[in-house]
Design a protein around this ligand. Structure first.
Ligand code: ZN
Length: 365
């Protein structure tokens, strides 16, 4: 079997930029290069991901997040691999101290695929090894305070690994939308003090473009306080969504770039900006609940200050603004959060409900 060793970068010239679909993939004579099977086994190094370790637990979580997609494609994770190696016919994942092998990257999904003509075109992915750089200060934790994303000192392993396993599925970098195949560490969900890495709508749609729709039920809507910013080469960059005044102007804020706090007045009309995603199989019209909370965990137990609904196809994330009024009976000099819950009435049966709520911090003048 002829194999062609590539990285996503080397294959950039064959990215198909389709104007209606967002995700990107390799092509061979115009056809999508993907796995020949919908179930691919990935083996984790016994040294890098030992039994009982926090990194094995994080890796298992990442695999299940990637598998929570609306296509029939999924990974099976085998642990305890004692002989990880490039190009050995097995898909493996490990940490390395060899920065040269990674060309300084925090992680690389090394991909072997074939594309040749022999009485017809033959193409497909043959092997992927996902290798992480030991010299990067990763955290396996989902604590907000540890993560770069929120002003902490560590790169969130779960987000980077989700990006790499997106490559392992067959997806390439995408820079036009808020998505995990762009900059990974700020493609994340948070409610309260914990973060949650996830595949997201764009890559979920990419899984369907490559492998079709899952015959089983799979629906999931989600909400995040991140949005698209711009491009850095092949990568999309992201930023936090904002709170605006009634005319769309910037409200004054303090804190840091990981966790802004917006100053509001009692009774003030504001515009809350958030990003909604449909990560599932079918179009959805989720009901939206908007809340004020005395902490950063938005829940249905909080004070509801508005309702509405969204109409979400499965294509690309939807960043929107909702006009709301800050209640006039809040306490001056106190911190609160304003936020929302998508499908707050639990009308949609979802693969997970833990990504439905998010917040923006406020301080009442
Ligand atoms: Zn990448």
């Amino acid at each position: 079997m002829k194999t062609i060793f590539t990285t996503a970068v080397l294959f950039a010239s064959s990215i198909l930029l389709n104007t209606t679909d967002a995700a990107a993939w390799r092509t061979c004579d115009g056809k999508k290069v993907k796995w020949g099977s919908n179930n691919v086994t990935m083996r984790a190094s016994n040294v890098s991901f030992p039994s009982g370790s926090s990194y094995l637990s994080a890796l298992q979580t990442v695999i299940s997040r990637v598998n929570d997609n609306p296509s029939p494609f999924n990974f099976s994770l085998q642990t305890g691999d004692t002989s990880v190696k490039f190009d050995n016919g097995q898909n493996e994942t490990w940490f390395t101290n060899d920065s040269d092998a990674l060309d300084g990257a925090p992680a690389v999904a090394f991909t072997w695929s074939h594309c040749y003509w022999l009485f017809g075109w033959h193409y497909g992915i043959d092997e992927v090894d996902v290798v992480f750089n030991n010299n990067v200060s990763y955290t396996s934790s989902n604590n907000k305070s540890s993560s770069w994303t929120y002003g902490g000192s560590f790169r969130p392993f779960r987000a980077t690994a989700t990006h790499e396993f997106g490559h392992a599925m067959g997806l390439l970098h995408e820079n036009r939308y808020y998505n995990i195949m762009g900059q990974d560490w700020d493609h994340i969900h948070a409610n309260g003090n914990s973060t949650r890495a996830y595949l997201g709508e764009d890559a979920a749609n990419g899984s369907v473009i490559l492998y079709g729709t899952n015959p089983n039920y799979m629906e999931d809507v989600s909400l995040t306080h991140h949005k698209y910013l711009g491009t850095s080469g092949e990568y999309s960059t992201h930023q936090l969504t904002r709170l605006y005044n009634s005319s769309g102007g910037n409200l004054s804020r303090f804190g840091n770039s990981g966790e802004w706090v917006y100053r509001v007045n009692k009774g003030q009309t504001v515009r809350l900006e958030l990003t909604a995603e449909n990560n599932g199989k079918n179009s959805q019209s989720p009901a939206m609940g908007y809340y004020i909370s005395t902490n950063t965990i938005i829940s249905t137990a909080d004070r509801r200050i508005g309702t509405g609904s969204l109409s979400l196809n499965r294509n690309v994330p939807y960043t929107f603004q909702r006009t709301l009024t800050i209640p006039s009976d809040l306490n001056s000099g106190q911190y609160y959060a304003i936020g929302a819950i998508i499908d707050y009435n639990n009308a949609i049966s979802e693969s997970t409900g833990t990504n439905n709520a998010t917040y923006i911090r406020i301080y009442v003048n």
